[in-house]
Design a protein around this ligand. Sequence first.
Ligand SMILES: [Zn+2]
Length: 401
Amino acid sequence: MTRKLLFFIADGMGDYPLQELEGRTPMEAAETPNMDRLASLGTLGLCRSIPRGMDAGSDIANMSLLGFNPAKYHTGRGPIEAAAQGLACENTDLIYRLNLCTVSEFSAQGVMLDHSGGHISGEDGAFLIQRLQEKLRIDGMVISPGFQYRHLLIQKDGTLGLENDLDISPPHDLINKHLDRDLARFDRSRSLSNLVYQGARLLRDMDNPTRVNAVWPWGQGKPLALPDYQKHFGYRGAVVSAVDLIKGLGRAAGMTVPDIPGATGLLNTDYQAKCETARELLEKNDFLYLHLEAPDECGHTGNIKDKIEAIRRFDHLILGPLLESVEKYRAGCLIGCDHLTPIVKQTHTHDPVPFLFYDPLRPNRSGASEFSEQTAKEASLLIDPGHDLLPCLFQKMKAVS
Ligand SMILES: [Zn+2]
């Protein structure tokens, strides 16, 4: 029988030492009795979840941690979100993420003010995108509505065109930066330049109560094709997450990925609902990937207090309750983060990420007093490439069943 494995991801949890915390990191400052106890009984190490030369995105990092080589499988952010929505696509479709955003003016002199159009509501987002769907008529381009400011754009036969290779900046990386470089790229494609300029005009002229005044297509790629998780790894897998990117990876690999009402991706997420869903999924699955978004959000906003609280809740409200399942099933337990989102950077970094592995059938007396960036580094174990981590542990667990 396959032994179960639970993988807990606190998105962006890793950080750098902070002056405000007397040289400690948020992981070190947070009260985390569960992680610290497991650190003393487990194996610690670092894992290169972002391959050299690739973007430090959550999509790439989580793909690695799930055991898939991003250099081989990653095609873009749009395709993963399409997989999350279960959107049927042709192999030659080019799938973009389409943001509703706010710019100072839609010209080379303009700057990106807000990648989310002021975090518009689901209702406002649906209203605007429906208007754009009705009025924007561009050959071969189809808008697929998503939620709030996040939508998708499908370009028919787009993988055959020059758009496939256009390197467009993600709008969240352009905040307060000029649009000139990216507008020059849109201008190389008639379809894309029509879309973005017409989009800005329509949003200006329509009855529009929001701050949204531009559309921004980016993260394009051909449809995501991941191997079936069970066939590839021999583990029947399930994913618990509030975030489309993570759900899309799971769904593309044929894993069970329920939508969880109350899972918000924020500090106020419904922890109990996530734990209950996890327990149910564990009855029928051998591998559970549980992802918590909040620490990353706090890293992006640079809020130290909230980040510490997000890590504390991860320990108390997720790990605490679910460690009972780890013991009940004698399951392997892996804890980590997909990338660092340091407070001082307010964005993701390429640093290797700390991880902690605990096997109740083979406790390890590591001597570590806590789980932190520093204790993981001191363990002198680096998994590189990062997509080797999980297959390695699956093997290790087989040896002790
Ligand atoms: Zn992330």
